[in-house]
Design a protein around this ligand. Structure first.
Ligand code: V47
Length: 388
């Protein structure tokens, strides 16, 4: 990739800004981005097609610094995956198992509560709970799981159940989605993670996760959650069989819902890990694809406050670079990760608070520990407080 200009190709000049590019397609996009205007479908596509990745990154960084300056968020969290038994059988997934598979597991409630208490010594501020669609577990199991966590760790935020799980549990219990969400709230669920969105386009969805709820139902479930006051995240799984049009379409659908509800906090582009999946023949994404995806996300999703470079999925090194290409959040300590590691991820299972701060500082950014709702966390040796 070369960004220098030649005598016959003058860069576009932007008074008062350091932006320049030898890709003429970026010029109208840069004018809009610098003026804080919204990009359209064709402009989203042009960002994917531009050979000048550094200029795309410059623009994304400009937006990121306009929103957050040098601040980079991270949190101290723990993932809990109560079961890997899943009826969806998604070709994209290496985590789900049939219930008679020797490596299938389902935690008892006691095991899940014990798991929550184990790991790094820094007190966690968030439990991130996601699992398979296990037909033998009732809604009551999940409600009791959350009640038990709240009883044992009342100060910890419970970010639990993707829109796919919410829709599945509602169907299982014979309840509407809002009724299910209200029961979850009463049990102690505070917000929702962004998983299960994959790619909304039906062509792709039917091939990578055909038995999961469709894109429209995912969006409708998120709409219902936001209407009830829950905050949630949103993801996009890229780097498999989708094309650039389908990626832009996915983000524009999320942007439209965000205009309506304002309930999304962070967008997390998730790089597909092919190992041990039905797509094992596909190559994994490369670093430049990952970095570009972070930058395009920041530029297209102008109404999302945060773009998360999830270090577990990107690797710590790429996630650190992403902090200069539009991302303002690295996610957290995690402690134990199963979904990517079953799909061949070679990243560590977790990172300490100090390791995350070092990555952020060495990227020239300022680490800020946040809670799930992005409120700064202050620590004293044995406790933490959240600025409200
Ligand atoms: O929905 C499954 C993805 C997601 C593979 O909200 C895979 O803060 C890559 O959503 N290769 C679950 N990805 C993880 C998730 C998440 C992670 C971190 C933070 C948050 C948040 C949410 O993992 C699934 C699916 O899109 N996934 N299999 C795979 N082989």
């Amino acid at each position: 990739m070369r960004t220098e200009t030649t005598a016959c190709q003058q860069p576009a000049a932007f008074p008062g800004h350091a932006f320049q590019s030898r890709d003429p397609r970026l010029e109208p996009i840069a004018i809009k981005v610098l003026a804080g205007e919204r990009l359209n479908f064709a402009e989203g596509l042009a960002l994917y097609g531009s050979p000048d990745l550094l200029a795309v990154g410059w623009l994304a960084n400009h937006v990121r610094e306009r929103l957050h300056g040098d601040v980079t968020f991270f949190n101290v969290n723990r993932h809990i995956n109560p079961t890997n038994v899943c009826v969806s059988n998604c070709p994209l997934c290496a985590f789900g198992r049939q219930k008679d598979d020797p490596s299938a597991y389902t935690m008892t409630l006691e095991e899940a509560w014990q798991r929550a208490a184990s790991g790094y010594s820094d007190a966690v501020t968030e439990f991130h709970i996601v699992g398979g669609l296990n037909p033998d577990l009732t809604l009551e199991y999940y409600l009791e799981l959350v009640r038990g966590l709240k009883a044992r760790f009342p100060q910890v935020h419970v970010k639990a159940f993707t829109m796919v799980e919410v829709a599945f549990l509602a169907r299982q219990a014979g309840l509407s989605v809002p009724e299910t969400l209200l029961k979850m709230r009463a049990a102690g669920v505070d917000s929702m993670p962004g998983g299960g969105a994959e790619i909304f386009a039906p062509r792709v969805r039917s091939l990578i996760c055909g038995h999961k709820i469709g894109g429209e139902e995912w969006l409708e479930t998120a709409r219902q959650a936001h209407k009830l006051g829950f905050k949630s995240n949103a993801t996009m799984l890229y780097g498999h069989i989708e094309n650039d049009e389908e990626r832009v379409d996915h983000m524009l659908r999320l942007r439209a819902l965000q205009d309506e509800t304002g309930g999304f906090q962070a967008f997390i582009p998730l790089a597909f890990h092919p190992e041990n999946t039905a797509f094992a023949h596909l190559p994994a994404t490369t670093g430049l694809t990952d970095i570009r995806q972070v930058a395009v996300s920041r530029l297209v999703l102008d109404n999302f406050p945060h773009i998360k470079a999830y270090w577990q999925m990107l690797t710590p090194k790429i996630a650190q670079i992403a902090l200069r290409f539009g991302a303002d959040d690295l996610d957290g300590t995690v402690v134990e990760e199963k979904i990517y590691h079953d799909a061949g991820a070679s990243t560590p299972q977790g990172m300490t608070r100090n390791e995350l701060c070092r990555l952020i500082r060495e990227a020239g950014r300022v680490p800020v520990e946040r809670d799930t709702l992005y409120r700064p966390v202050t620590r004293t040796p044995n406790s933490f407080t959240v600025a409200v």
